[in-house]
Ligand binder design. Structure first.
Ligand SMILES: [Fe+2]
Length: 274
């Protein structure tokens, strides 16, 4: 069993005490990571005899910073503390050039793909300089096609920042969904080994199934967007993370853990609950 931690939309600022929408993104991220480590130790105590009691990897799908690349080294330090490989990819708020520098060496990297057991993880860049919406383009789509074709019998999970289909928030569905989603799905449809696509950007939990592939959105580690809202609105739901359990037989289990904050991220220690 391979265990993957999915975090997204951390939105760190240059000033670690910066307050955004009433929370400190630095504190809420730390609370979420602390909860993820507690879940890890809980599972360790329950599964003492098994060799699977740790996060095998973490994936962070963009908006790592809120336009301020000075925060990348701190994000690197926070995730390094997990003690597992961490894979990052950019969102619309990120600076890909700065990311290439900071995430150029393990344990926190930006790379095309990774293997864990039989599973193949593929990381895509849907960011467009100066744009909020997402686009993959020919180069990313070709890289995806090649990556999926390299291990056709092994199960794969694809990660990107932007949603590949509308998620029910009218304001975000207008112009922020991947604009070449049709071409993206055509690549997925040409391969039988994709089990799931995971994204961020929507700041809420989302799940759909398309042609047997699970489409999964994960809450932000800072603030959440109100589901089904016509215009931009925040939800008071807690921040959180998603876990993936990838079995050798190609089956995938997943769930979201919300992290209750004692004081809106200002000194909150966080308590995990599903
Ligand atoms: Fe975001």
């Amino acid at each position: 069993m391979i265990r993957i931690l999915h975090c997204t939309d951390t939105h760190l600022f240059a000033d670690p005490r910066h307050v955004s929408y009433g929370v400190e993104p630095e504190r809420t991220l730390q609370a979420v990571l602390a909860a993820a480590r507690r879940q890890e130790s809980l599972q360790e105590s329950l599964q003492e005899s098994l060799q699977e009691s740790h996060w095998d990897a973490a994936v962070v799908t963009g908006d790592l910073v809120h336009d301020e690349p000075e925060a990348y080294p701190r994000l690197r330090r926070h995730f390094t503390a997990l003690g597992c490989p961490v894979y990052c990819l950019p969102g619309n708020h990120d600076d890909p050039r700065a990311m290439r520098e900071v995430f150029s060496r393990p344990p926190v990297t930006w790379q095309r793909s990774a293997r864990h057991g039989r599973w193949h993880l593929v990381f895509l860049d849907s960011s467009v300089p100066g744009e909020v919406g997402g686009h993959l383009g020919a180069q990313e789509l070709q890289a995806l096609d090649e990556a999926l074709g390299r291990h056709p019998r092994d199960p794969a999970v694809v990660f990107l920042h932007h949603p590949a289909q509308p998620c029910g928030m009218a304001w975000l569905d207008r112009g922020q969904v991947l604009d070449d989603a049709e071409a993206f799905f055509a690549v997925l449809d040409a391969h039988a080994n994709v089990r799931a696509v995971l994204w961020g950007h929507v700041h809420q939990e989302y799940e759909e199934v398309r042609n047997g592939v699970r489409l999964l959105g994960t809450p932000s580690t800072m603030v959440q967007f109100l589901p089904e809202a016509q215009e931009f609105a925040l939800d008071d739901a807690d921040p959180g993370y998603r876990w993936l359990a990838l079995a050798d037989d190609g089956t995938l289990e997943t769930g979201v853990v919300r992290v209750a904050l004692a004081d809106s991220g200002r000194g909150g220690s966080g308590t995990a609950h599903e």
